[in-house]
Design a protein around this ligand. Structure first.
Ligand code: BGC
Length: 359
């Protein structure tokens, strides 16, 4: 499954990297999927029975998060395919509470885990977490919520076995803006005021993914020469129910003036879609809607035309890179301190291929 997915995505990445070239700068250099797969195969071979006795502690910020559920499921099965034993992999739910997660980290350290993979509840707690884990002599792989540049610099300066695996959220925001911009002003400007009137539904504002998607989706539109008008910008904390409520409120307040709904992730886009349908509006006819992640349900909606587009947040590549990095540390091999991956734009043109590859 993974190989087929990577092949499809690699084709997509090659096309889309070109499309993203003129977009907002700063997207991380493309980390190609194929070498990652080759490295994974090599790791699987080289690791052998080596890893079977190694204990892995995984901290997820919140189990109920749809995207992190895909991520942790793939992470566990890939760790096993590398040679780790299922009974030696423990995955904890931080329940969106940093105190709870910090206690889980303490317990993992006391238990003598060999490596930790951490999706922090608050990325601002990374320095404290790093000090604790490095102090205990345990290699550390951060995932999904990127610590800030000062924190990442400490890992390099001290040559610590600490790395971050994730995608550059600026790229995902840019792709959202491009999906909308590609529709053209004639299609977008229902109220004929010459502007793209939008609402923004944000994830957790502490998270750079939310900050960058919010900024770069709109920047892609203004860079393409559109005039934009933000009707409202609300925090939905990555959550479907909150997304639904916020979009329902916005629709009743701004009505037909809302032309585009930007959601920082797909869970909130699914909530937005419920609110849009309940208000008697129709995506593609009198409003547009974009998310990020490429949850299966959303890709199906893109195919059906009920969601305009999304951006594939490659949980397969990210979870594999995180597991490979953990295995490398255990084998005495260093990792780069930042391991990136590319997002992939999902529209009606490639949604079926993406869906097939995810199955
Ligand atoms: C995903 C969101 C998810 C968040 C969790 C983001 O990269 O797009 O769906 O809720 O990570 O940190």
């Amino acid at each position: 499954m993974a190989k087929r997915l990577l092949a499809v995505l690699l084709a997509g990445v090659m096309t889309l990297s070109l499309a993203a070239c003129g977009g907002a700068g700063g997207a991380a250099p493309a980390q190609e999927a194929a070498p990652a797969a080759a490295a994974a195969d090599a790791a699987a071979g080289a690791a052998g029975g080596d890893l079977s006795s190694k204990k892995v502690g995984v901290c997820i910020y919140q189990f109920s998060d749809n995207f992190m559920t895909l991520f942790r499921t793939e992470l566990e099965s890939y760790l096993i395919s590398l040679g780790f034993a299922k009974e030696n992999i423990t995955i904890q739910d931080g329940a969106n509470d940093q105190g709870t997660q910090s206690n889980q980290i303490d317990a993992f350290i006391a238990d003598g885990v060999d490596v930790l993979i951490i999706n922090p509840v608050n990325s601002s707690s990374a320095a404290t977490i790093t000090d604790k884990v490095v102090g205990a002599g345990i290699p550390l792989v951060y995932i999904n919520r990127e610590p800030d540049a000062d924190e990442e610099k400490r890992w390099a300066d001290n040559d610590w076995n600490v790395t971050y695996v994730g995608c550059d959220a600026r790229q995902s925001g840019t792709m959202q803006g491009e999906i909308i911009g590609d529709l053209g002003l004639d299609a977008l400007d229902f109220n004929k005021n010459g502007k793209v009137d939008y609402i923004m539904i944000e994830g957790d504002p502490e998270n750079v993914d939310a900050q960058y998607r919010t900024e770069f989706s709109v920047k892609a539109l203004t860079d393409a020469g559109f005039e934009v008008n933000c009707l409202t910008d609300q925090v939905g904390n990555w959550d479907q129910a909150q997304g639904q409520q916020l979009v329902a409120n916005a629709l009743s307040q701004y009505g037909n003036d809302i032309e585009v709904v930007f959601c920082n992730n797909d869970a909130m886009a699914l909530g937005a879609l419920q609110a849009i349908e309940a208000a008697g509006r129709k995506v593609g006819t009198d409003i547009y809607l974009v998310g990020v992640d490429a949850l299966t349900e959303v890709v199906e909606d893109v195919i059906a035309g009920s969601i305009t587009g999304t951006v594939f947040n490659d949980h397969v590549s990210q979870s594999h890179s995180a597991a490979d990095a953990a295995a490398n540390y255990l084998k005495g091999t260093k990792n780069e301190h930042y391991i990136g991956c590319d997002y992939v734009k999902v529209t009606t043109e490639n949604a079926q291929a993406i869906l097939d590859s995810l199955k």
